[in-house]
Design a protein around this ligand. Structure first.
Ligand code: CTP
Ligand code: CA
Length: 236
């Protein structure tokens, strides 16, 4: 079902996919996390490998078997995910940020488990995490500026982001696409049993330059195939 007669149109391409959700430690036993299962990112990695790509999958806290043919790098925190993605992106043609990255982390990580006391609990102060996707977009933008307008060699050639929105899905998505400097943004509407932990998904893929491609509700493999079709069309 993954190939459906498609050629190995990603043969010779290096792709990086992030999947799952990052966790930020509060103390040795607790963390701030999110509900991402990693299913969509794993489907993307599996599909890319089946279409011939050399795949590095950066997996944050995912409890799924390794996809056939992908190199898997396991991470926990946003800082670790950032290191692994930037390292793998050095010579990549495509990066797909399907991971749900924690926007905030506790300002301090307690070395010992926080104990209950008779009084009120202490507040957890939060610090902002780096935006990895925006950083990738910004690095590419400045590399292109350095090399001049005609800059075919700048990598990654295609940068793909994901976004889960609860309202004003398209308007929020369009603003996010521009803000992050990516080429494609896969926008999910969350809620109504969509997205988290389920095998099916529906999405709108926003393409830089204007068009929007609707992918109807169906297996996450179908959305993965649609994303790689759009990526392959943008690769030179
Ligand atoms: N992302 C990232 N680093 C972050 C936060 C998000 O690389 N610190 C990436 C995600 O992997 C995803 C995209 O950015 O591909 C959009 O994530 P999203 O959470 O929708 O965007 P935010 O900019 O964090 O905006 P908000 O959560 O406020 O909607
Ligand atoms: Ca976010």
């Amino acid at each position: 079902r993954v190939l459906r007669g498609r050629p190995r149109d990603l043969a010779g391409r290096r792709v990086v996919v992030s999947a799952g959700g990052t966790r930020e430690a509060i103390d040795p036993v607790r963390y701030i996390g999110n509900r991402s299962s990693g299913l969509q990112g794993y489907a993307l990695a599996r599909t890319a490998a089946a279409r011939g790509a050399e795949v590095t999958l950066v997996a944050a806290n995912v409890n799924l078997p390794d996809p056939a043919g992908a190199k898997v790098v396991r991470v926990e925190s946003t800082a670790e995910l950032r290191e692994a993605v930037l390292a793998a992106c050095g010579d990549a043609d495509v990066v797909v940020m399907a991971a749900a990255v924690a926007d905030f982390r506790p300002e301090t990580r307690h070395d010992a488990k926080i104990k209950k006391t008779d009084g009120e609990p202490e507040a957890i102060r939060l610090a902002k995490n780096p935006d990895i996707l925006a950083e990738l977009g910004e690095r590419r933008r400045s590399a292109r500026a350095d090399r001049g307008v005609e800059s075919p060699g700048v990598r990654p050639e295609v940068i793909v982001g994901f976004a889960a929105e609860t309202h004003d899905v398209i308007a929020n998505g369009q603003a996010k696409l521009a803000r992050k400097g990516c080429d494609l943004l896969v926008v999910n509407q969350v809620g109504e049993g969509l997205a988290f932990g389920t095998p099916d998904n529906a999405a709108t893929v926003l393409v830089a330059g204007g068009e929007a491609v609707e992918v109807p509700f169906g297996p996450k493999e179908d959305l993965a195939a649609a994303v790689w079709d759009l990526v392959a069309a943008r690769l030179s």
